[in-house]
Design a protein around this ligand. Structure first.
Ligand SMILES: *[C@@H]1O[C@H](CO)[C@@H](O)[C@H](O)[C@H]1NC(C)=O
Ligand SMILES: *[C@@H]1O[C@H](CO)[C@@H](O)[C@H](O)[C@H]1NC(C)=O
Length: 458
């Protein structure tokens, strides 16, 4: 009896063992990729500055990290100078403020960036992919006219450890796409090149160039994935220039309205669900959302930068003015909520982007956040993935004339008194200041005159 039991016991164990091995090897032979639940991203990292933010990114423990450009600062920036031999601003400006550096210098800057201890640690625990923006492309605000692009493409791809035989090294531009995760839980990442083929700013010409557009159309119409992340170095949804002009303008898809509409139409026509954007460039963090472009809300999570940030660019009490200006600048697309670190729901200190997907929740949920150097969220949204799946929404929403609706009306359609309030306040303050100076000078001069006359009579 006893030995019989023992035999059946051994047989059972053996049977289970064989079964498990078969299942595991079947899974492996099918090439099932591991589930992706955490993705980090970031932009604008000065290779010469301390980069403590990597600690927070490593703590977040992303399986994938995406560079969204300005991965190094490759060009040379001259200081603002009104006077002197090299004048970089004013109508008498005689030299450009930004100039490209030599190839050797670019290489050494990439080397420095790659050798950063924090980033090196991340490279061991996460897969790293990325695209570029102007400063690693080689020149501030540059587009297709910039001739160093061919060389610099090679340098970026070396930095990203792109295999030597990769077709990405042979194409014109660094755009690329990747698919991660197991069947039915796949994440597609599409990285755009917003530099290589871009026509000059203010031309309203092409943004991606025809070869990249053809490629993008094919990618969007390709096999469906649960989630599709489109990485663009510059913002897609927010058109800040509409409300900061004529004081200053920023680069964005909004500056090329025709191309932006083409992008939205491509998404709509592809009927692809689960798309959202990630972006960088602007030196602050922001989440924006556009409900009236495709059949579902289009989110754009902007994280910028890993070291470069608007509030860091000025001395201490002045950062409060920057924060106030951010709050004052009107927006129709920004996602506002109670949990933002600052009232404006933008974040002008170093930050990174954190994407979390809870595949085990029913329904599957998506958490998109911008986080600070300590890893704490400064703005974020959490919603069921289903929210990006209903193509039932009517993309053409009629809004009464003179009204505006958040996440739907364009910034350019805001009433002028709201749209230009930043400029109005600026010119008003300047006028008051000027009048005060004139008043003061007048008072001093007349006081002197009175005194002079009195002295003479005495
Ligand atoms: C990068 O950091 C270095 C060292 O702090 C600084 O000298 C340089 O101006 C910075 N570059 C940019 C583009 O901010
Ligand atoms: C964005 O703002 C700029 C500057 O005001 C404007 O020319 C452009 O048409 C706007 N784009 C969109 C899509 O509203």
């Amino acid at each position: 009896m006893g030995s019989n039991w023992r035999w059946s016991w051994w047989l059972l164990v053996l049977g289970l063992g064989v079964m498990c091995t078969t299942i595991v090897s079947a899974g492996a032979s099918k090439g099932e990729e591991p589930l992706v639940t955490r993705i980090g991203f970031g932009s604008c990292a000065n290779q010469s500055a301390p980069q403590p933010i990597w600690n927070a990114i490593i703590d977040f423990d992303p399986q994938l990290f995406i560079w969204l450009g300005d991965n190094i600062y490759g060009d040379v920036r001259r200081p603002f100078k009104f006077f002197g031999e090299e004048r970089t601003i004013g109508p008498w400006k005689n030299v450009p403020r930004f100039v490209p550096s030599s190839q050797q210098e670019m290489e050494s800057r990439y080397h420095k960036a790659k050798a950063n201890p924090g980033y090196s640690r991340l490279r061991h625990t996460a897969k790293v992919i990325g695209t570029w923006d102007d400063h690693d492309y080689g020149l501030n605000d540059a587009g297709k006219e910039f001739t160093e692009k061919v060389n610099n493409q090679r340098l970026l791809l070396n930095f990203l450890d792109e295999p030597h035989d990769s077709p990405r090294r042979k194409q014109e531009g660094v755009y690329a796409s990747y698919t991660f995760g197991p069947t039915n839980r796949q994440i597609k990442v599409i990285l755009l090149d917003t530099r290589y083929h871009r026509d000059p700013l203010r031309s309203d010409g092409s943004f991606l160039g025809s070869s990249q557009w053809t490629w993008l159309e094919k990618e969007l119409n390709g096999p469906k994935t649960a989630i599709t992340i489109i990485g663009s170095s510059v913002q897609v949804i927010s058109n800040l220039s509409a409300t900061t002009g004529p004081l200053f303008y920023l680069e964005s898809w909004g500056r090329f309205p025709k191309e932006r509409n083409r992008l939205f139409k491509l998404i709509l026509d592809s009927k692809r669900e689960g798309i959202f954007f990630i972006s960088g460039d602007v030196h602050f963090g922001e989440i924006s959302r556009y409900d009236c472009a495709t059949g579902y809300p289009l989110y754009d999570v902007t994280s910028s930068g890993l070291t470069q940030a608007v509030e860091k660019a000025v001395r201490r009490p002045l950062n409060l003015i920057v924060r106030f200006v951010a709050w004052l600048t009107p927006t129709t697309m920004r996602v506002m909520n109670q949990n933002c670190r600052f009232r404006s729901c933008t974040y002008g200190l170093p930050n990174f982007g954190a994407i979390e997907i809870d595949w085990s929740a029913t329904p599957v949920t998506l958490k998109l956040e911008v986080r600070d150097t300590n890893g704490y969220p400064v703005t974020g949204v959490k919603f069921p993935l289903l929210e990006l799946q209903s193509l039932s929404m009517n993309p053409v929403t009629s809004i009464k004339l003179g009204r505006h609706k958040s996440h739907c009306s364009l910034e350019v359609n805001l009433p002028w008194i709201i749209r230009y309030r930043l400029a109005i306040l600026f010119y008003f303050s300047m006028t008051v200041l000027l009048l005060a100076v004139i008043g003061f000078v007048y008072a001093v001069v007349s006081a002197c005159r009175r005194c002079f006359r009195k002295c003479k009579f005495d």
